[in-house]
Design a protein around this ligand. Structure first.
Ligand code: SF4
Length: 305
């Protein structure tokens, strides 16, 4: 939950999620729409879908996995998550490597290979395995994560207060701090211009579900195609253009309004595009991208809903 979200925002979401799905069985039995709704606003929706699938797998097996390699067999569980769970909850001696740990290890052992490339990641993992306190793997992993989060910060690490400064190759060396962890250069986000169509009649309007793969998979959005019937009246851009930044894309979206001649015509068009006619109250139960929920109040004001 915290990958793209600040802790203060994540905490209420976490509690609400656990209130809704208190056991692995209740999460497993939930509909995908319900899980996505509970995840709304947290980004990386693929994680919610994988968590849901993993819960179904655990419920099917009737027990939680017992080792890091068994955890890794679950959908969406990679080397970091499996090692963190197995070491902290089950005392297995496996090193958990997240972004904070990568920073600490690359500096302590002087690893200059980019940590986001496979050979660099492999080197970091090997050093982490060698460094691990095998008698207290959970404590060790949490201590290194915490060191990275609090002492060994990206810009200005507090080497004077660091318990491993005597063995660290980057201690008190600002040039090493800025060079490590090394990363491959980032690609600039790709611009994405989209036009969304808000077609309505009375309190009813049309939404479509995104495909199962790609950006916003399975979330609900306004249609990107316009109504085909000439009886729909175009209302032009009902709100100012929306700018939204995703990890690899910068979106500039226009929202065009359409007045349908009747509710029946709205349903006919919705059927044509495999969409759905809803009312505002139904937005409570469907998951939408943040780009859209943040302008819902503007759209409502503009169309007088
Ligand atoms: S000595 Fe400095 S650079 Fe090295 S791990 Fe500690 S805080 Fe980080």
């Amino acid at each position: 939950m915290l990958q793209q979200t600040r802790v203060e925002t994540g905490i209420p979401k976490w509690h609400a999620f656990l209130d809704k799905f208190p056991h692995v069985e209740s999460l497993a039995a939930a509909s995908e729409d319900d899980v996505l709704k509970a995840w709304e606003g947290l980004g990386y929706y693929r994680r919610a879908r994988l968590l849901h699938k993993a819960a179904q797998e655990v419920a099917l097996q009737g027990q939680f996995p017992k080792s890091a390699s068994e955890w890794q067999a679950l959908p969406g569980v990679g080397s970091y998550t499996s090692a963190a769970i197995a070491s902290i909850a089950q005392d297995e001696p496996v090193a958990a490597v997240d972004g904070n740990v990568q920073r600490v290890i690359s500096r302590v052992f002087g690893v200059f290979e980019p940590v986001d490339a496979s050979s660099g990641a492999k080197q970091i993992q090997e050093w982490a395995n060698r460094w691990l306190d095998r008698k207290h793997p959970g404590d060790h992993n949490q201590a290194v994560m915490e060191l990275g989060a609090t002492v060994c910060s990206p810009q200005k690490p507090s080497c004077h207060a660091c318990p491993v400064s005597a063995q660290c190759q980057a201690a008190h060396d600002p040039k090493m701090w800025s060079a490590l962890p090394a990363k491959t250069p980032k690609k600039a986000p790709v611009p994405w211009a989209m036009t969304l169509h808000f077609a309505m009649h009375g309190s009813h309007w049309v939404v479509v579900q995104r495909p199962a793969r790609g950006v916003w998979a399975k979330l609900w959005l306004l249609p990107e195609s316009s109504p085909t019937s000439p009886e729909f009246v175009r209302l032009d851009d009902i709100i100012p253009p929306v700018r939204h930044v995703l990890t690899h894309r910068t979106i500039e979206a226009k929202v065009v309004g359409w007045q349908a001649p009747s509710e029946k015509a709205l349903h006919t068009w919705a059927k044509e595009i495999e969409g759905r006619v809803i009312e505002w109250s139904e937005t409570e139960h469907l998951a939408f991208p943040r780009m859209l929920t943040k302008v819902f109040p503007d759209i409502q004001r503009s169309v007088g809903a």
